[in-house]
Write a protein that binds this ligand. Structure first.
Ligand SMILES: [Zn+2]
Length: 326
C-alpha cells in the first residue's frame, strides 16, 4: 500500500494534468469501485471542470467546479493512469526528467507533429500502467471533452472513487479521525510529541503507524526514521528522552521530504504520475536490508517483529528505552 510520499507524488503529477479539463463521460464496471448514484453523476460530474487535486493522509481528492469532489483511495492495488493529448506541461516535465536521468538533453521536439500520446501512470505497478487501456483491471474510465481519459485500475477491487460535496469531505469518519499531516508547516516538534503522548504506554513504532496519531506514515518510513533517530522501535513512548523524540520528528520529516523529492517508493516498484520509478528504496538504510551491514556501524541489520509488522533495525545504533520497574 502506498504511503504518504507516494500519494503525494501522484497528487503532484495529476495536478499538472487534470485542472482545466471538463468531464464528458464516465463508465464503470464494478459498483463498489464507483459507489455513486447515477443522478449525482449526471448532475455533478458530467460537464464539471476539474479545479484541483489534493491529498489528505493517503486519500486523493479531485475538486470539481460543481462544488463536488471525487474522493479516491487506491488501497492495495489501485492506480490512476491518464492517457491524453500531449501538452507542453507534459513535455516540459518529461524532458527535464529524462535530461536529469541520463544527464543529457533529449530529442523531444515540442513542435513535432509526430508527438506520442501523453501518458501518466501512478499507483500500484502492473502492466496496465503501460499497456492498452481500458483493460481487465479498469474499474472506472473518465473521458474529457478536451481529449484524454483518466483510468482508475484496481485488480483487487478494494479501492474506490466516491463523488461527494466538497464541503462534506471533512465530515467523513476517516477524515475526522485521521491525525495531522507531518509535513504541514505548522506541525511542530512539540505537536508531534503531544500526539505521540496520546499513546505514551505503547511501543513507538505502533504509535507512528497509528493513522489517528499522525497521517500517512507506514512501515518503510517508520523503520527508516526510527533508525535515523537511534530509537529501537519497541521502545515505550514515555521512556524515550524528549531530545530523542525531537530528533525523530526532524528525521521523519527529512526522510518523507527526501522521498517525495525522489518520486516516493513502496515495497515494490512504484511508478509515479510521470511514469518514473520511485527510487527512495535505493536510499533506505534499514528497510529490506536484513543480513546486510549497517551503513553506520557495520553491524548486521536484523529483521524482528514489532507492532505486528516486519521491522528492520540495527541493535547497536538503536537504543531500547523501557519503563523502569520500581
Ligand atoms: Zn548500526
Amino acid at each position: 500500500m502506498p504511503e504518504l510520499p507516494e500519494v503525494e507524488t501522484v497528487k503532484l503529477g495529476l495536478n499538472k494534468l487534470l485542472p482545466g479539463l471538463t468531464v464528458k463521460a464516465v463508465t464503470h464496471d464494478w459498483a463498489n469501485s464507483f459507489p455513486n448514484a447515477d443522478a449525482d453523476v449526471k448532475k455533478f460530474l458530467i460537464g464539471a471542470k476539474i479545479k484541483n487535486v489534493r491529498r489528505r493522509a493517503k486519500v486523493l481528492m479531485i475538486d470539481l467546479s460543481s462544488e463536488h469532489s471525487l474522493v479516491i483511495h487506491l488501497k492495495m492495488t489501485g492506480q490512476l493512469v491518464f492517457v491524453g493529448e500531449p501538452t507542453n506541461t507534459y513535455f516540459a516535465d518529461r524532458r527535464s526528467y529524462i535530461g536529469e536521468e541520463k544527464n543529457q538533453s533529449t530529442n523531444y521536439d515540442i513542435q513535432s507533429t509526430t508527438e506520442p500520446t501523453a501518458r501518466f501512470g501512478a499507483g500500484h505497478p502492473t502492466k496496465s500502467l503501460i499497456g492498452e487501456l481500458p483493460d481487465r483491471s479498469t474499474r472506472v474510465t473518465i473521458t474529457f471533452i478536451d481529449g484524454g481519459q483518466l483510468f482508475f485500475n484496481d485488480q483487487r477491487k478494494f479501492g474506490w472513487m466516491r463523488l461527494m460535496p466538497t464541503n462534506e469531505i471533512m465530515n467523513i469518519d476517516f477524515m475526522k479521525k485521521v491525525g495531522p499531516e507531518p509535513l504541514e508547516q505548522n506541525f511542530l516538534a512539540k505537536n508531534f510529541i503531544e500526539r505521540l503522548y496520546k499513546r505514551q504506554n505503547s511501543n513507538i513504532k505502533a504509535v507512528l503507524l497509528d493513522q489517528s496519531v499522525i497521517a500517512g506514515v507506514g512501515n518503510i518510513y517508520a523503520d527508516e526514521s526510527l533508525f535515523a533517530a537511534g530509537i529501537h522501535p519497541a521502545s515505550i513512548v514515555k521512556a524515550v528522552p524528549k531530545k530523542k523524540l525531537e530528533l525523530l520528528y526532524q528525521e521523519l520529516r527529512r526522510i518523507l521530504q527526501l522521498s517525495i523529492k525522489n518520486g516516493g517508493t513502496t515495497d515494490r516498484n512504484y511508478v509515479d504520475a510521470l511514469g518514473r520509478r520511485g527510487n527512495y528504496m535505493d536510499m533506505a538504510k534499514v528497510f529490506r536490508r536484513e543480513k546486510q551491514p549497517c551503513l553506520t556501524c557495520q553491524g548486521e541489520i536484523i529483521k524482528i517483529r514489532v507492532a505486528g509488522r516486519g521491522t528492520h533495525i540495527c541493535l547497536k545504533c538503536q537504543k531500547l528505552y523501557k519503563v523502569r520497574s520500581r
